[in-house]
Design a protein around this ligand. Structure first.
Ligand code: DCM
Ligand code: DCM
Ligand code: ZN
Length: 271
């Protein structure tokens, strides 16, 4: 369920947006329930393999051509493909959301892409070129074969919450509410304002690049601490998981909190 993390991020954002923001996006997305963001969070993944959605396939990641674990870092001119990457996609769809001359149907598509790509840019391996973001690194997780990208997209988060069902909305909601409490009064409370330091609606590329660079740095420290070859074929369900799970939790919490701030800025501008 690659969707579980995205749905959780969307529920966290729903918990933090202002009531004006909620009304604005509920109207745009024609969904007046509490699931208006969660319900569209995985849409971008469902269209990327369709004929209509092919143009968006490269928008889910940026292939940082760095050298983990020795050196991590993103260089836009080097790493963002000519037809786009997650950083330029966040810029493009934020701009389209703000463009009142576009039909509402196009602004709704832009909203769905923004909700999804803010999540993708917080996953370290969506900001790394090595083995196509870890897709080519085969590992085991609790005895089952996966690739490293899938472990970071799904397996770690699913283990953290004790497993999820095929439609993971209830589990995502519960996890989102727990992380919301950590942000409001718990272990993330002290850092929540720092998380918004780079947020600047005047410069969506710089904002998204700051988020992507922060996630990319984890590739050198927590994803591939001994390099890509050392991890191939390894069991990642115990010690590796123990070190990785706090990063996944932090990145999901940050993505949701930042998405709320971003949507608040956008909705305030459209008044
Ligand atoms: N499109 C996009 N980003 C743009 C322009 C277009 O993603 N900057 C996508 C979304 C639209 C589709 O292309 O649904 C068709 O757009 P248009 O009618 O402008 O060609
Ligand atoms: N992906 C990535 N970096 C790449 C290629 C793909 O982060 N260079 C992501 C996009 C999907 C997942 O990996 O979330 C699987 O991609 P695909 O279906 O293209 O193999
Ligand atoms: Zn994606």
């Amino acid at each position: 369920h690659a969707g579980f993390g995205h749905i959780t991020v969307a529920y966290i954002a729903s918990n933090f947006v202002s009531s004006d923001t909620a009304s604005y996006f509920q109207g745009l997305l024609h969904n007046s329930t509490e699931d208006y963001l969660a319900g569209v969070a995985s849409w971008a993944d469902s269209v990327r393999y369709t004929k209509w959605g092919r143009f968006s396939a490269n928008f889910h990641f940026i292939d940082a051509k760095d050298d983990p674990p020795r050196s991590c870092g993103i260089v836009m001119a080097r790493d963002c493909k000519a037809d786009g990457c997650v950083v330029s996609a966040i810029h493009n769809y934020t701009t389209r959301l703000l463009d009142a001359s576009l039909p509402a149907s196009e602004r709704a598509i832009a909203a769905k892409f923004v909700v999804h790509f803010v999540g993708d840019t917080h996953q370290p391996l969506h900001n790394e070129d090595v083995a196509r973001g870890g897709n080519g690194i085969h590992v085991k997780f609790n005895g089952v074969d996966f690739n490293l990208h899938h472990v970071w997209d799904s397996s770690i988060a699913e283990k953290l919450v004790g497993g999820v069902r095929r439609a993971p909305y209830a589990e995502a909601r519960r996890w989102a509410d727990a992380l919301t409490a950590e942000i409001n009064t718990g272990k993330f409370n002290a850092s929540r304002l720092d998380w918004l330091q780079d947020v600047d609606l005047e410069d969506p590329t710089a904002t998204a690049l700051a988020w992507a660079s922060e996630a990319n740095a984890y590739v050198c420290t927590k994803v591939l601490p001994e390099g890509p070859e050392a991890i191939r074929g390894q069991e990642l369900g115990s010690e590796y998981y123990e070190a990785a799970a706090p990063v996944v939790e932090l990145q999901i919490a940050k993505a949701g909190y930042r998405l709320a701030a971003w949507l608040d800025l956008i909705a305030a501008r459209t008044k």
